[in-house]
Design a protein around this ligand. Structure first.
Ligand code: 13P
Length: 287
């Protein structure tokens, strides 16, 4: 059964580790992440962007697929199915479809409107036992056509949103989605520290987990980050492994063209990436 992310993140914040959110794109992706979480006895959050939601034939299809897998693969670790960077409309669609968690990305609204919409969604989520993530300060890079500049959130605005009763809070601290440019200044721990001082026990979320050096990840966790989102890194690993399979001509040997064979190296690459992240985040054996 899908669970809200609340309990797993409260435990993570108290235990000074982070739960990974890994974005899914299809059946192979989802299966690879769930199997790795089960193998490592780790809680996990499956992230779905609006674009990936459309690609996978809508939120209801995804809920059906994930629930089926939880049963058929005998998954017993806590799993949350979470809308990533949801618009107001997408949030309601996911609530209706049976997601267990949503992120309302109101970071592009004026703060008053972000507050009003977040307050309303918190109430709906509370009635359904769902978790809600809010965002303050846009996170850089490009995601589904929305480009942010990697700004740092205002700790006072973070407190205002946290006090509304959200489950977890994403705050920009110089992080960006996708690959980091060579001249990236790194995470602003000063900002993170100030945010944690203002928001106390609130589990903080670090977006753009791809390519952040291990020492920065560890430091971020020590300063209150309890959820880390990873997307691009699984995509890069999948693409590289698939490329090797084709370049080595393996699809031309015997039944090597069978999609189950063509996709197998990519799946193994996703599993290895997820395992590496769960070990780094410290969520292994925390189910
Ligand atoms: P990356 O693609 O940089 O790993 O970021 C993922 C993310 O933050 C999803 O919200």
């Amino acid at each position: 059964m899908l669970v809200s992310a609340k309990e797993m993140l409260t435990k993570a914040k108290a235990g000074k580790y982070a739960v990974g959110q890994f974005n899914i794109n299809n059946l192979e992706w989802t299966k690879a992440i769930l199997q790795t979480a089960q193998e490592l006895n780790s809680p996990v959050i499956l992230g779905v962007s609006e674009g990936a939601g459309k690609y996978m034939c809508g939120y209801k299809t995804i809920v059906g697929m994930v629930n089926g897998m939880l049963e058929e693969l005998k998954i017993t670790v806590p799993v949350a199915l979470h809308l990533d960077h949801g618009s107001y409309d997408a949030c309601y669609k996911c609530i209706e479809a049976g997601f267990s968690s949503i992120m309302f990305d109101g970071s592009h609204y004026p703060i008053e409107e972000n507050v009003a919409k977040t307050t309303e969604l918190i109430k709906v989520c509370a009635e359904k036992g769902m978790s809600l993530e809010a965002e303050v300060g846009s996170i850089g890079g490009e995601e589904d056509g929305v480009i942010g500049m990697g700004e740092c959130a205002d700790p006072n605005e973070c407190k205002m949103i946290a006090d509304l009763g959200v489950t977890m809070l994403a705050a920009g601290i110089g992080n960006i989605h996708g690959k980091y440019p060579a001249n990236w200044a790194g995470l602003s721990f000063e900002t993170l520290d100030a945010i944690q001082q203002q928001t106390g026990d609130m589990p903080l979320v670090l977006h753009g987990g791809t390519g952040i050096p291990a020492d920065m990840i560890k430091k971020a966790i020590s300063l209150g980050v309890a959820k880390i989102n990873v997307n691009t890194e699984c995509q890069l690993a999948f693409a590289a492994a698939t490329r090797t399979y084709i370049e080595e001509g393996k699809d031309l040997v015997g039944k090597g063209f069978d999609p189950r064979k063509v996709l197998a190296p990519g799946v193994e690459a996703i599993k290895a990436t997820v395992k590496e992240k769960m070990e780094l985040f410290g969520s292994v054996n925390k189910a």
